[in-house]
Design a protein around this ligand. Structure first.
Ligand SMILES: [Zn+2]
Length: 216
């Protein structure tokens, strides 16, 4: 469900312009090879047929990974100077996109905005590291007989809460006490799960911080 558009590209060295296809919408889960290209910071990198120079297309694209709560608009680096103008355009484009996508698009959040390829590349890198930690956590929690609660993806992403949380309430509803007890047992068994350590610290520091919606 990723798709392309056609643009008139102009080489920064002033060669004759040329028509080319670029990616305009990436579904990161369904197009893993494109996710890798985004992560490498090389999406929509063009080669000038005239002089062979490599340069980025002067066009925005949307990156969508609903399982991980990510919706991002990536504008060309050159657009950074007019940040507010492009954020306004993003809101208009996003409203149009939501109409096209219908229910596949979570409608209650505003996309993140990046200028140039680096911000989103770093975000995907960080999400991969976190996914590895969540996997280790799930294995440790399974060995300890802890229950797991899956946090809604958008909430997890925006609040910095790990996507899967261990707790001691079993089949019973997740409680704050059960969550803290689960995290303590987890970290006693494996002290290298630094994201979970940080989450436990924030839970203790602030009674309302970072708790999944509708559960406490
Ligand atoms: Zn050129």
């Amino acid at each position: 469900m990723s798709f392309k558009g056609v643009i008139e590209a102009r080489c920064p060295r002033g060669c004759e312009s040329f028509e080319t296809e670029i990616w305009s919408f990436i579904h990161g889960r369904r197009s893993p090879e494109l996710r890798e290209t985004v992560q490498a910071g090389e999406l929509n990198l063009l080669l000038c047929p005239g002089c062979g120079a490599a340069f980025f297309a002067e066009a925005a694209y949307v990156y969508f990974e609903p399982d991980d709560g990510i919706i991002a608009f990536v504008f060309p680096e050159s657009h950074r100077a007019e940040d507010q103008r492009w954020r306004g355009k993003m809101r208009d484009d996003f409203a149009a996109l939501k109409k096209v996508m219908g229910e596949k698009m979570p409608i209650d959040i505003e996309p993140e905005v990046f200028f140039g390829p680096d911000g989103l590349a770093e975000l995907l890198e960080a999400r991969d590291r976190l996914a590895e930690e969540v996997e280790v956590m799930a294995a440790v929690a399974g060995g300890l007989g802890l229950a797991l609660y899956r946090v809604p993806p958008v909430f997890s992403r925006r609040q910095g809460v790990p996507a899967l949380l261990p707790h001691t309430a079993g089949a019973q509803a997740l409680t704050r006490a059960g969550l803290i007890a689960g995290l303590e047992r987890l970290l006693a068994a494996n002290d290298r799960l630094t994201t979970y350590r940080g989450f436990l610290d924030s839970l203790r520091a602030s009674p309302k911080a970072g708790l999944p919606p509708g559960r406490f």
